[in-house]
Design a protein around this ligand. Structure first.
Ligand code: ZN
Length: 143
């Protein structure tokens, strides 16, 4: 996939950032939510895991660090050092979902008021991403 493909929406990228609890999906380093330009402190990129920008689902999104001469985990890890080649398989990302997100990932979207794909925040501040039939919840709703 040549460079310049369609990026993830800001809304989806930030939802994934929260579902990873703000750490790089590959190395686990904490990142700054508003730092999305290379060279800025703790900067990150919303990477397409399968390198197919046609797949804009949150399952295909990995928030990864981008600083350093090697391009950070985005280039050195996720793109195996070469943006023109194959990409790292999803299974190799150790921090793709936070423990809490992992725990609630399979909860059926039916349990949530029916809606379209959306980034929502309920009254308790719980961050959820509805991508039927899966509901991602950052915070245990029972807490
Ligand atoms: Zn990293």
């Amino acid at each position: 996939m040549p460079k310049g493909g369609k990026p993830f929406s800001k809304e989806l990228a930030e939802a994934k950032f929260e579902l990873q609890e703000g750490v790089c999906a590959a190395c686990g380093e904490p990142l700054y939510k508003n730092s999305r330009t290379k060279g800025k402190p703790r900067a990150w990129h919303a990477h397409h895991i399968q390198n197919l920008t046609i797949d804009q689902s949150i399952e295909n999104c990995a928030v990864v660090c981008i600083n350093g001469d090697d391009g950070g985990c985005h280039i050195a890890f996720a793109h195996l050092g070469n943006t023109q080649g194959p990409t790292m398989p999803k299974e190799e990302f150790k921090f793709l979902w936070s423990e809490r997100a992992r725990r609630w990932k399979s909860k059926k979207a039916n349990d949530f008021p029916l809606g379209v794909k959306a980034h929502l925040r309920d009254e308790s501040g719980t961050v959820v991403w509805v991508e039927p039939p899966i509901l991602y919840v950052l915070k245990d709703p029972e807490e």
